[in-house]
Design a protein around this ligand. Structure first.
Ligand SMILES: N[C@@H](CCC(=O)N[C@@H](CS)C(=O)NCC(=O)O)C(=O)O
Length: 390
């Protein structure tokens, strides 16, 4: 069988999520840079935009979006190795952590990449341009870096990074590192002995930016050695957990959420709930102003439009303004859909864990249309009655 092909970049956030899945599952794959001519010739026309990562399966199927890439691959692995926990509470927690990892940790990731130029830029200039232009002279590469880094740098503000909020963003990230490090004292992965979508979601920002860029990598090593080791482990094609002794690859027994993980959930409740709810409300508001939208329409009219305006919400005693990212509704819907497959008893168990962390509104919030996916794009789901708890 031909190997899978992953179009990706070493320094790209979401690439790390998909790559880690391939490595942990020992799936044979070849990585290609987006600067490879085949990316523009074959992939961009198929998916309608420039975005990475993209998986090309041996049968030629092209899959974009890390959620869909993991689902595509997960269908091929033994159930015991699935990235989705089989039990209701851990499965719901995994969805929540996937959301927080991929979307909530973007803020520190962007800050620590783009606000420390003296330390980071000499590395980033070479690292980015090497994947964007294969071959080429230094001037061409520097020009490509200048263009792509300007785009990314301006996105920093879209994720809430501003001069006034930087001290609090740094305190918040330090708290996160301490909590995750404390949790890793007891197990090699977030939910026990093997990685799940929770770990893959965390891997994007923690690998590509926070463990790999020069400035934050030192900080992570100094402040949270176990988190740094977890990043290393998430890149290994073996368990790579010798410091835990003979650990089994099972998830925590009895669908348990240990106290150190509950503490991390409480942090996410404080750090991220308001933001997530504000995002859903803002997308709902956008839909209210665009009643002409119909089922299956590409969100915001074009696949490469990512933001639908801005929203402001209370954050750690301050007020924060960020871009609205409709994609996040896709992840929240998946959490709710997953919970809905359980029995009444299962759902009550999930609700108890979420409520303890103040996260239960995420189980109920319903915009007038969800974001779903079709043909490798975000599209609008069917119209429904909106619900905004509280
Ligand atoms: N939801 C997507 C996000 C992918 C994404 O944002 N990729 C970034 C690189 S890490 C990108 O290609 N950005 C290009 C752009 O926004 O134009 C996924 O999970 O795959």
């Amino acid at each position: 069988m031909d190997p899978y092909i992953l179009y990706a970049m070493p320094g790209s956030l979401y690439s790390a999520k998909a790559r880690s899945y391939l490595r942990k599952h020992r799936i044979e794959y070849v990585e290609r840079a987006p600067g490879d001519a085949r990316y523009n010739d074959e992939v961009v026309p198929a998916i309608g935009r420039w975005i990475i990562p993209v998986l090309q399966a041996p049968d030629g199927t092209i899959v974009q979006d890390t959620v869909d890439i993991i689902d595509h691959l997960d269908a091929t692995v033994a159930p015991g190795r699935s990235a989705y926990p089989a039990t209701p509470v851990q499965r719901a927690v995994a969805h929540l952590l996937e959301l927080f990892g991929g979307e909530g940790l973007l803020r520190p990731a962007m800050h620590y990449r783009w606000d420390f130029d003296d330390t980071n830029v000499p590395f980033l200039r070479k690292d980015f341009s090497a994947s964007l232009v294969l071959g080429g002279d230094d001037d061409t590469r520097d020009g490509v870096f200048a263009f792509s880094s300007d785009r990314m740098r301006s996105a920093t503000a879209a994720f809430g990074v501003s001069e006034e909020l930087v001290p609090e963003i740094e305190r918040s990230y330090a708290e996160f590192l301490a909590l995750f490090d404390a949790h890793l004292a007891g197990s090699p992965y977030l939910l026990g002995g093997r990685p799940t979508i929770a770990d893959f979601g965390f891997m994007g920002p923690l690998h590509a930016h926070l463990a790999r860029d020069p400035y934050p990598s030192v900080q992570m090593k100094q402040q949270a050695q176990r988190v740094w080791r977890w990043v290393e482990r998430m890149s290994a094609p073996v368990l790579d957990a010798s410091e835990y002794g003979d650990v089994s690859e099972d998830l925590f027994a009895d669908d348990a959420v240990p106290a150190t993980l509950q503490a991390l959930l409480a942090y996410i409740g404080e750090e991220y709930l308001e933001e997530a709810m504000a995002q859903v409300a803002a997308v709902d508001g956008w839909l209210a102003e665009h009643p002409d939208v119909t089922d299956g329409d590409v969100v915001l009219g074009k696949a490469n439009r990512r933001f639908s305006g801005t929203t402001t919400f209370p954050w750690r005693g301050e007020s924060m303004t960020v871009a609205v990212v409709p994609y996040r509704l896709y992840l929240i819907k998946r959490l709710q859909d997953s919970v809905a497959t359980g029995t009444a008893e299962d759902q009550a168990a999930v609700r108890a864990v979420f409520a303890e962390a103040g996260l239960d509104p995420l189980l109920d919030v319903t915009p007038r249309r969800w974001v779903v996916r079709g043909d490798n794009r975000e599209v609008w789901g069917p119209a429904q009655e909106p619900v905004f708890p509280g």
